[in-house]
Ligand binder design. Structure first.
Ligand SMILES: [Ca+2]
Length: 236
């Protein structure tokens, strides 16, 4: 998002290679692209003055046919990438987070895991709420390795505006010597910063699911849940 472009009255502008694009309207934008988890490039347009981002999901070089996305940390809104499974990322240099789940077309499993635990407010139109209903979210992307995950929790815990934390990740196996180093570190983070970690028990909808090593930490709260089969059908 380092390139500044100016769209004309008709919304059209060109990138550095001379390719033409159409913005939702005339004005000044930041323009760039990012690679999804399957290395699919997507063009991105950011109006800093309006605080919204557009992603050219259908890749027709037209942002006018895309939905404007607000700042993810202020207005949690999910964007689905059409090419990948279980991808949740942030676009570098922009305030937007993206999530994708090819299995649940209407409600991403990992997204609902976060929503239901933390920011869920009248979840799916029902009376259930998360730990901090309608709260603002600070998405933190971890790099997959053990030290990245710990650093991500430290980054969140050290942020003054953060009160509670959760995580959404696939089952991973980390090196251990009989006790979990990750669980030990999570305990220390919770103790040091006084901010609880709510750990979702996976995302198997109406099936009871176990949780991984993160729930072993005494400072984390393993949150189980159950979804009725009728609701499972409604989100598929
Ligand atoms: Ca488009």
């Amino acid at each position: 998002m380092k390139v500044e472009v100016i769209a004309g009255d008709d919304g059209y502008f060109q990138d550095l290679e001379g390719k033409g694009y159409r913005a939702p309207g005339p004005g000044k934008y930041r323009f760039g692209s990012f690679l999804s988890g399957t290395k699919q490039p997507y063009s991105v347009l950011w109006s800093q003055s309006h605080g919204v981002v557009w992603i050219d999901l259908n890749q027709n070089r037209n942002f006018a046919d895309e939905e404007p996305l607000p700042d993810a940390s202020k207005h949690f809104k999910v964007t689905f990438l059409p090419d990948a499974r279980y991808i949740r990322t942030a676009i570098p240099g922009s305030p937007v987070a993206i999530t994708m789940d090819a299995v649940y077309e209407k409600a991403s499993a990992h997204t609902t895991e976060v929503l239901s635990l933390i920011a869920g407010n009248s979840f799916l139109g029902a009376e259930a709420n998360g730990v901090a209903p309608a709260s603002q979210l600070l998405p933190v992307v971890d790099g997959g390795a053990l030290h990245n995950l710990i650093e991500s929790f430290l980054l969140a815990a050290e942020t003054p505006a953060v009160d509670v934390m959760t995580l959404s990740m696939s089952i991973r196996s980390f090196p251990n010597d009989g006790e979990s180093f990750l669980a030990l570190m999570l305990d220390r983070i919770v103790t040091t910063y006084g901010k609880p970690i709510f750990d979702g028990t996976d995302n198997n909808l109406c099936r009871v699911a176990p949780r991984g090593v993160t729930s072993v930490a005494q400072g984390t709260v393993a949150s189980g849940r159950n979804v009725w089969r009728a609701m499972e059908r409604s989100v598929k």
